[in-house]
Design a binder for this molecule. Structure first.
Ligand code: PHE
Ligand code: NA
Length: 499
């Protein structure tokens, strides 16, 4: 029989691991721009509403699911009802897809730490990134390799394997305990440095000047919910999995509040730092902040390199910035991969280490075959858009509707949480979860209509068909097939002992 279920030795270990998962690329490169685009200072209102009425309540919901069943995402859903198991596999599948491309972004950031030192991009950061580094080809499907990306991505997977083989406490929790404080210190240094750059105030004005009219626009509210979901790592099965490693008596809601507010604090800090830096860049180029503000890949790998070149001492600044992306990304990546590791272990009764080796090994193969190619960026971008806007939202809806509404588990979950926690939940919490379900259905429908009518980013149908719709379809079929396999007796026993 397989070894004991893993545990976090303390609540602090869990909180560090959960913050490690939450604080990621979304905080650094997504939040600042989403805020800027959606009403600036006024965005804080929908953002807080989404955090307090949807994000934190759902964190509690998933903590309860994982802690009560002591199971992976599929097992926790099966415990709610036999028919709910595919929902857990679907969330696990979304985690796998995200892990496959997230590793590539960390690999690029790793390369850019060193490119920063010599400003390898010269005076054309855009041409360097897309042309010289990624060697991008026409949008399509090709396995033509790009060695410059291949090597760092292999390193990322080796590091991930090493951490995860050390286990939940010694690997995940201890790694987060070292790298999250380090990340905070390094990032604070960057923010302080940015605030002293000429033009920083311009950037902060651009970010925070409120545009209250925007609050009447539904798109702004959707953006707030989307940001909160992605940022808190909700509905990927991560919170179920992590909560399942907690001791019986653990203050769950108290931990959730710490995690939720720490993540938001880091986001706001990142907003200040990034926009102060963008203000400097705009001033140096004699343009508006809006002309240099972008998000995601464009911000990190095109905008920031230009900024690094323009700034005195930019090489070190760049090195630290990309190191922050690497640390923030790695602690998130290990959390994503733990979801399928635990699911495999529960369903097939493989030992912890064997399960880790199988999952990391197979995800690494797909990631290494798909990402460092001349069409890797199209795959990455499409997988990201579909996994986040359809995958996560769909998975959250299914959990709320099936587990919360149809199986009426909300009162049971709130009783479970109240029995161990400091911050008590009641009818307000249940109502908030239900309202969130309705908001999410609206978001999902809007998104599907957009993808069906406009496609995605003008990519050819082959790309959206394979990496977008095809990927979602594969997850649905895979979820059903995996559900049909019988659970091993040891897992059932373990589960019954947990109730
Ligand atoms: N929460 C992370 C962020 O803000 C992203 C993430 C998504 C992490 C999914 C794990 C799983 O960047
Ligand atoms: Na986050």
């Amino acid at each position: 029989s397989s070894p004991q279920r893993e545990v976090f030795v303390s609540r602090g270990a869990f909180i560090f691991a959960a913050i490690g998962s939450a604080v990621g690329l979304g905080n650094i490169w997504r939040f600042p721009y989403v805020t800027y685009e959606n009403g600036g200072g006024a965005f804080i209102i929908p953002y807080l509403v989404a955090l307090l009425t949807a994000g934190i309540p759902l964190l509690f919901f998933y903590y309860a699911m994982g802690h009560r069943s002591r199971g992976s995402a599929p097992l926790a859903h099966r415990m709610a009802h036999k028919g709910a198991e595919p929902i857990g596999w679907f969330a696990t599948g979304v985690a796998i897809v995200i892990g496959i491309y997230y590793a590539a972004i960390i690999a690029w950031a790793g390369s850019y730490m060193f490119f920063s030192l010599t400003e390898a991009w010269g005076d054309d950061s855009e041409g360097f990134f897309f042309g010289e580094y990624l060697k991008m080809g026409d949008p399509g499907i090709s396995l033509e390799f790009v060695p410059g990306v291949l090597i760092p991505i292999i390193i990322v997977w080796v590091v991930v394997l090493a951490i995860l083989l050390m286990g939940v406490q010694n690997g995940i929790a201890n790694f987060s305990k070292i790298f999250i404080p380090l990340l905070i210190i390094l990032f604070l240094a960057l923010v302080v440095r940015s605030l002293f750059l000429p033009g920083a105030a311009e950037g902060l004005n651009a970010l925070f000047t409120p545009d209250f009219k925007e609050l009447a626009n539904p798109k702004v509210w959707i953006a707030a919910y989307g940001q909160i979901f992605f940022s808190l790592s909700i509905a990927f099965g991560i919170m179920i999995t992590y909560a399942s490693y907690l001791k019986k008596k653990t203050n769950l809601t108290g931990s959730g509040l710490v995690v939720g507010f720490s993540n938001s604090a880091f986001e706001i800090l990142a907003g200040i730092g990034i926009f102060a830096a963008l203000g400097f860049m705009a001033t140096a180029q004699g343009v508006e902040v809006g002309d240099v503000a972008t998000d995601g890949i464009g911000l990190a790998f095109v905008g920031f390199p230009t900024l690094i070149s323009e700034m005195p001492g930019g090489g070190i600044f760049g090195f630290v910035f990309f190191a922050c992306l690497v640390f923030a990304g790695l602690t998130s990546l290990i959390s994503i991969i733990q979801v399928p590791i635990q699911a495999l272990r529960d369903k097939f009764r493989v030992g912890n280490k064997a399960s880790t080796a199988w999952i990391v090994g197979s995800m690494a193969v797909v990631s290494i075959l798909l990402m460092p190619t001349i069409t890797g960026l199209y795959a990455l971008d499409t997988m990201d858009a579909f996994a986040n806007n359809i995958g996560i939202v769909g998975s959250a809806i299914l959990s709320i509707v099936v587990v919360g509404w149809a199986m009426r588990k909300l009162p049971i979950f709130s009783r479970h949480l109240n029995a161990v926690s400091s911050f008590r939940l009641g009818p307000i919490w249940m109502t908030l979860i239900s309202i969130t379900g309705v908001v999410l259905v609206y978001m999902l429908i809007t998104q599907i209509i957009t993808f069906v009518s406009d496609g995605y980013e003008g990519y050819p149908p082959l790309i959206t068909g394979v990496y977008g719709w095809g990927m979602i379809g594969l997850l649905v079929v895979g979820s059903i097939v995996l559900t049909l396999i019988r659970w091993p007796k040891e897992t059932i026993d373990e589960m019954e002992a947990a109730i």
